[in-house]
Design a protein around this ligand. Structure first.
Ligand code: BGC
Length: 262
């Protein structure tokens, strides 16, 4: 491996697939981010084609590559598909991407990647204890971190709340679709975060996803016992976290094997 090759992170989302090389010293992009629209349907083979294109155009020759997927990723295989095509379930994403890209690729849940990035470079930096990072978007993603170590695939967006899937009541997409006021959305969010408080007694909540730029409009309304702060990396977090894990896997750091490698 070329020592100075910045690891390349790729974030697979519903509307776009975005990639950039990441400078691990700062957690910032080392070059401009490239975005390609997610192919209609977002099926595995087509997404892999876009991933390969992003790597060919943006990654250094021997750079480690990490890719996020919005579903459970267990030893490289996708195990759930709440907001993506169902054909992802059972797909060995590590093998798929490796074949198309022509080099090893680490695959990680999108919220786990974002959470790891916030812990290393963002709002949860230097925080000990239990940190829960939630991403409020189309769904709700979660990353559970204890003393800086990620416990992957927690999927706290799918906890049952008032008899139904939590993300179907509290995600930002629900606020948009129902045109909820910040006050009305905050009531639902409060129920959700209160439930997380009861279950995990966290030291800190970090709130990510695009809507976190409006944090001042809804976080003060939540009235929780736990500190709750907006994410600071915002829409770079997935790419940065994927790149961090890819670099660690390339160095043989074992926790990457819990998520993205067979
Ligand atoms: C998925 C998670 C994902 C989250 C955010 C949920 O519906 O189950 O795996 O992290 O959405 O994309």
């Amino acid at each position: 491996m070329v020592d100075d090759a910045h690891p390349f992170g790729i974030d697979f989302g519903g509307s776009g697939i975005k990639g950039a090389p990441v400078d691990l010293r700062t957690g910032e992009f080392a070059a401009d981010r490239t975005r390609i629209a997610t192919p209609p349907g977002g099926r595995p083979e087509e997404v892999a084609g876009v991933v390969a294109e992003l790597v060919e155009t943006g990654a250094a020759d021997h750079a480690p590559v990490g890719v996020t997927v919005p579903g459970i990723v267990l030893h490289g295989t996708v195990r759930s598909a709440a907001n993506i095509d169902r054909s992802w379930i059972g797909t060995d994403a590590v093998d798929l991407f490796r074949r198309r890209v022509g080099r090893d690729v680490v695959v990680v849940n999108d919220a786990d990647a974002a959470g790891l990035a916030e812990v290393r470079y963002g709002a949860a930096r230097d925080e000990d204890g239990v940190v829960i990072v939630t991403t409020l978007g189309t769904g709700i993603g979660s990353a559970l971190v204890y003393d800086g170590v990620l416990i992957p695939n927690t999927e706290l967006g799918h906890l049952e709340m008032r008899g139904k899937d939590a993300e179907r009541q509290a995600a930002n997409s629900v606020r948009e679709r129902k045109e909820l006021s910040w006050e009305d959305w905050a009531k639902v969010l409060r129920t959700y975060y209160r439930m997380l408080e009861r279950l995990f007694s966290p030291d800190l909540f970090v709130v990510g996803g695009g809507v976190s730029k409006h944090a001042a409009k809804f976080l003060p309304l939540l009235d929780l016992d736990t500190r709750i702060v907006p994410a600071t990396l915002r829409n770079t977090a997935g790419i940065v976290g994927a790149a961090v894990l890819a670099a660690e896997a390339a160095r043989g750091v074992t926790h990457a094997s819990r998520v993205g490698q067979p």
